[in-house]
Design a protein around this ligand. Structure first.
Ligand code: TXA
Ligand code: MG
Length: 329
């Protein structure tokens, strides 16, 4: 199968047509690119799992273009949950509700909850609206690869497997949405993202945070898989001194390492190979996946600086810790 990359309104129209024919199409969102198909068509859902090479016990998020589209998909919609929707949709968050009969079991991997997301990205919203059906979509990477934040990343992983990638340029946020379970008494973050616990607290007063960093017992089934892994080994350095020591140790081991650091640390790096992740937390978040993907092509060992545990960096570190298998030096 030939995989096209197209831009603009004609790409959206073409993509929606393919979706209505039961095909799978990659599209941009503000978080990462998604691999979309008709969420109400079990055959199409099977195609998504196949293109991605994903175990079918890991549920897919259902994407919508307007708030009213939530109602047919959920069995229950409380006042509290309405408040959360009003405050954070559209945006980089996925909300879990008890699912309605309309949602095929294959989308939710047999669970009785459904994850719903309304992206902020205008191309995503226009595409979903044009499709006229809710769109089931995981991130558009091959299973276990880092999530794609450009159309070219999607092409690397999905070439020959899907007919079309809608190119919307680089994703604004750069890591996947916050997943918030609204089915229990206390809303629970299953996956941290750009909507932080602090932001949720302002609206709902009580939230359970997800802190287990690597493999854990969190109820998001996706969390038990090794995720977001570069193809070369990666470790996290607790500070710049450890980073420089680890880098030099790997050189002595005969490897060609690469350091991922903040802009402020560039002056300390000397002659070593490095990538500047950015000068502030938003830049670092936007760049982290791109820089991991590029790093694995030019080095055989990655040393990433610990980015801290506050706010957005806590979410970025969640991905970095997975990529490194939790190894800190
Ligand atoms: O930002 C995002 O969320 C991107 C864009 C494309 O929207 N999508 C994305 O999908 O990251 P995916 O499939 O790569 O990750 C979805 C995560 C998985 O860890 C999955 O287990 C969890 O959400 N999830 C989805 N539905 C769930 C459910 N009903 N119960 C528990 N976890 C669920
Ligand atoms: Mg994913």
């Amino acid at each position: 199968m030939e995989t096209l990359i197209e831009k603009g309104k004609s790409a959206i129209v073409h993509g929606a047509k393919l979706i209505r024919q039961g095909e799978v199409v990659a599209f941009p969102t503000e978080t990462v690119y998604g691999l979309g198909g008709n969420a109400l068509d079990a055959n199409c859902v099977a195609k998504i799992y196949e293109a991605k090479g994903r175990p079918s016990d890991n549920p897919l998020i259902v994407h919508i273009s307007k708030v009213e589209d939530i109602y047919p998909l959920v069995a229950e919609f409380s006042e509290r949950n309405k408040k959360v929707v009003q405050a954070f949709m559209p945006g980089p968050i996925t909300l879990l509700f008890p699912k309605s009969e309309l949602v095929p079991a294959s989308v939710t991997a047999g669970l009785n909850t459904v994850g719903i997301r309304m992206p902020k990205n205008p191309i995503a919203r226009e595409f979903i609206a044009e499709c006229g059906v809710p769109i089931a979509a995981p991130s558009a990477n091959a299973s276990t690869r880092v999530s794609p934040t450009t159309a070219e990343h999607v092409f690397e992983d999905m070439k020959g497997r899907i007919p079309l990638i809608i190119d919307g340029g680089e994703c604004e946020v750069g890591i996947e949405s916050t997943v918030l379970d609204l089915t229990g008494e206390i809303p629970t973050i299953l996956r941290p993202g750009a909507i932080t616990p602090e932001m949720l607290l302002e609206v709902i007063g009580q939230v359970k945070t997800h802190t287990g960093e690597v493999i854990n017992t969190a109820p998001a089934p996706g969390m038990k898989y090794k995720h977001y892994a570069p193809t070369v080994p990666m470790v996290v350095a607790k500070d710049m001194q450890s980073l420089l020591e680890e880098y030099d140790r790997q050189v002595q081991n005969g490897l060609k390492p690469l350091a991922l650091i903040r802009g402020q640390a560039v002056a300390q790096i000397g002659e070593r190979n490095f990538v500047n992740l950015g000068d502030n937390d938003f830049e670092v978040c936007r760049n982290i996946y791109k820089d991991m993907r590029n790093a694995e092509k030019v080095c055989d060992f990655i040393v990433c600086i610990h980015l801290g545990n506050q706010g957005l960096c806590n979410s970025v570190m969640n991905r970095v810790m997975k990529a490194s298998g939790g190894k800190i030096v």
